[in-house]
Write a protein that binds this ligand. Structure first.
Ligand SMILES: [Zn+2]
Length: 772
């Protein structure tokens, strides 16, 4: 009966499986791969002969066929079965493309004899299901996080994954969790369960991502919308499971729900917590922060594409969350780092102060770099088509100028902006800022206020053209809308490109709709009120090649969670948001994995107005972020605090207030005479972009033509994404395997399949802060 001498065919018990007779279940037995012979026809036995044979087999004493034999089955082991005596890695560390996180020390022949076989350490190797789809930077990212949360990098256990959007943070984290749940050098799981805390809009998304990458390998539980009793029961069950192998080892929960049930979740130990959109934890005083700090876990991972918004205290809170005490107490941090660094960044700081700031910054960066990883989306340059970014300063229309001038000169505005009562002033300022921003978009947006004679719009009706009505849209009443109208027409008539339009205000989206109807363009509109499911459908239809939709309208406040608008390759940011993160979120919808065409990003700013000031403030915030997070010492100091307060001015003479502030040395009489540095690209500071006061040399025909027709562009900054591609020599699988053995499995290599992009997004609303 025995067909081969392979251990699986010898009919005795294999060390890792419960006994089964070779005759009772012949089909279920695994076959050795080199066994190619056909199964012989079943011999005919009389029932008595059969019984006799079975009895004979069953009475045979148990013995392992080959000493130390371990069956070659990777992956799932049976529950409740004692593991083999010989420990081994869950996945083959020598396999082609294997991503190895831990390699045990080499044992000498002598050691091998004497070592306790129950204490041998094993390789930790990422499940090939994930390892094979990770891109090089993702492999590096997961390895970094693994080293942090296993304490391999020092006396700390937390980390911040601060990769920019589009680099696949979600996939990296899933890989980390899956590895920790299954493996450790000691041949058992590192953690028994993990909690993922995220904005409520992303709970479902995380759940789906687990399914997408791991299928049924792991059970995740998303706390969605059950009754209170049900939720409590489920959470208690999750927490009660203290065994090494939980049936449901991953819990996904929103920040709000976590806070409500923190009593249950903080009651016992958890292997790891991961906080998505972790910049929500920038304030260590708030309740969410406090309740998460109560978690009994030493492994904390925080994910954020925007780790620092506008002050170092927030930065402290985030580091303190993942690694309490790493930067001292809040007061110590302020004294040691924050104060000296900020002092040095003021435009009017002394050399002494700048020197000190640099020192402290280096010191801070060194500490923080141990536990934070941040890569910029310039890595995507390797995979994505070129992207052109253009910041376009557009003149206001005559009507807008008159309304604007009238507004800032009005008694009520002057009185209120000069109001000494800070709280009251900031409230008035906020609504005045909104009015001015809306006016920059189109006079229609402030028509109501004009009619009411609201603050700043007293006696303004006379500036409107005769017979003015908002019923019929007149694009030419707004400089920016006039340009947009012209650009859209050019795009429509000279390409099959699609366009995403983004604005802060739903009112502006209304305006876009009117424009589309007027011109007969197909469009879809998405704002905060649309359900996630509906969003999916709308997006799918828009991206479909050949669909009727030419334009996708998006509110920058809606953030565009999980939106992938690669059907479009042009995007217009019609107005700047205070929060650079919102703008970047929106822009990342188009230039992302899967995009095949060159991309054009247009950011419109009304020349000399509040929009330029907002944009400058964004740049300032970004500069701070660049300095701390990317340790880019060349981030220039552009603005003093006073400049930032200087919002209520209209510079009618300038061609670009932003360019004026640079005191640009590359331009003479506003004509660029010296090209930007060769290594610069669109992630560089704006002062290192191309500066254009005429259409000459623009990278985009649409803009060139529209400039010529409308004649209302005053200045353009433009640059392109970096196109340098690292041409790493392709390594064949065999060579690769050899190299890897020698290099102790260096974790970067070139073989991978393109993964899909992740959907990490930010839907946080920005609130204008009262200035300090
Ligand atoms: Zn210049």
């Amino acid at each position: 009966m025995r067909r081969s001498f392979a251990p699986s065919q010898t009919g005795t018990k294999r060390p890792n499986e419960s006994f089964s007779s070779p005759l009772i279940e012949p089909i279920k037995r695994p076959r050795r791969c080199n066994e190619t012979e056909k199964k012989p026809p079943a011999p005919k036995l009389s029932s008595s002969q059969h019984e006799e044979m079975i009895t004979k087999i069953l009475s045979r004493p148990f013995k392992v066929p080959i000493p130390d034999y371990v069956p070659d089955t990777h992956g799932n082991r049976c529950l409740g079965v004692k593991r083999s005596v010989i420990r081994r890695a869950l996945h083959d560390p020598f396999a082609c493309n294997a991503l190895v996180f831990f390699s045990p020390p080499e044992l000498s022949e002598h050691d091998k004899i004497h070592v306790d076989k129950n204490k041998i350490q094993v390789h930790v190797v990422v499940d090939p299901v994930l390892g094979n789809i990770l891109r090089p930077h993702q492999r590096e990212g997961v390895k970094f996080m693994y080293d942090c949360v296993t304490g391999a990098k020092g006396d700390f256990w937390g980390c911040i994954m601060a990769d920019e959007m589009g680099l696949g943070k979600t996939l990296q984290c899933i890989t980390l969790i899956w590895t920790l749940l299954r493996q450790s050098p000691d041949c058992k799981p590192t953690i028994n369960k993990a909690i993922i805390v995220c904005p409520s809009s992303l709970v479902k998304n995380w759940y789906n991502e687990f399914g997408k990458w791991l299928g049924s390998r792991v059970n995740a539980f998303a706390v969605d919308n059950g009754s209170k009793e049900e939720t409590i029961r489920n959470l208690e069950q999750f927490m009660a499971n203290q065994g090494m192998r939980s049936a449901v080892p991953v819990l996904i929960i929103s920040y709000e729900t976590f806070r409500i049930y923190s009593g249950i979740l903080n009651a016992s130990e958890v292997g790891m917590v991961l906080c998505d959109e972790g910049h929500r934890l920038k304030n260590s005083e708030n309740l969410t922060y406090q309740s998460l700090m109560g978690l009994q876990t030493k492994r904390r991972v925080l994910l954020s594409g925007t780790p620092i918004q506008n002050d170092l205290t927030e930065y402290f809170s985030l580091i303190h969350f993942v690694n309490p005490g790493m930067l001292g107490s809040a007061a110590e941090f302020r004294r040691q780092y924050e104060n000296p660094i900020l002092r040095g960044q003021n435009a009017d700081s002394t050399d002494e102060e700048r020197k000190k700031a640099t020192e402290r910054l280096t010191e801070l960066t060194n500490i923080v770099n141990q536990c934070m990883i941040r890569r910029t989306s310039s890595l995507l340059n390797k995979y994505l088509p070129v992207k052109f970014e253009m910041v376009i300063c557009v003149r206001l229309s005559e009507v807008q100028i008159q309304l604007y001038r009238n507004f800032i000169k009005s008694d009520s505005i002057r009185k209120n902006v000069l109001n000494r009562d800070e709280v009251k002033a900031s409230l008035t300022a906020l609504s005045s800022i909104t009015s001015l921003k809306k006016l920059c978009n189109h006079p229609d947006l402030v028509n109501e206020k004009i009619k009411e004679g609201a603050e700043g719009f007293e006696n303004a009706e006379k500036f409107l053209p005769a017979g003015y009505s908002t019923r019929d849209l007149l694009p030419e009443l707004s400089g920016k809308l006039m340009l947009l109208d012209c650009m859209l027409a050019n795009i429509k008539m000279s390409s099959d490109d699609k366009v995403v339009l983004v604005s802060n205000y739903t009112q502006t989206l209304d305006l876009f709709e009117k424009l589309c109807r007027k011109r007969g363009y197909g469009y879809v509109r998405l704002d905060g009120t649309m359900s996630i499911k509906k969003r999916g459908k709308v997006v799918e239809e828009f991206n479909r090649t050949g669909s009727e939709q030419f334009i996708f309208m998006l509110s920058s406040k809606a953030g565009g969670c999980g939106l992938n608008l690669i059907g479009a390759n042009r995007l217009v940011m019609f107005d700047p948001d205070w929060n650079p993160a919102n703008d970047e979120q929106a822009m990342a919808r188009v230039w992302r994995d899967g995009q095949k065409k060159p991309c054009f990003i247009y950011r419109l700013l009304a020349t000399g107005t509040i929009e330029e000031k907002i944009f400058q403030r964004q740049t300032h915030k970004k500069a701070l972020s660049t300095t701390v997070v990317d340790n880019n010492e060349d981030a220039e100091r552009h603005f003093t605090q006073d400049d930032l307060r200087d919002l209520f001015k209209l510079d009618e003479k300038t061609i670009s207030d932003t360019h004026g502030i640079f005191k640009c040395k590359r331009c003479v009489n506003n004509i660029q005479t010296k090209l930007p540095p060769e290594e610069s690209d669109c992630t560089s500071d704006l002062s290192q972009w191309f500066h254009a006061s005429t259409p000459k040399g623009l990278p985009d025909n649409i803009l060139t033509e529209s400039w010529a027709v409308t004649k209302n562009i005053s200045f353009v900054f433009h640059h392109r994404s970096n196109t340098t591609v690292d041409q790493a020599p392709a390594v064949s699988c065999e060579e690769d395997k050899e190299n890897k053995k020698e290099k102790k499995y260096a974790s970067d290599d070139e073989d991978y399949d393109p993964p899909e992009q992740d959907d990490d997004d930010d839907d946080e609303d920005f609130v204008l802060r009262k200035k300090r």
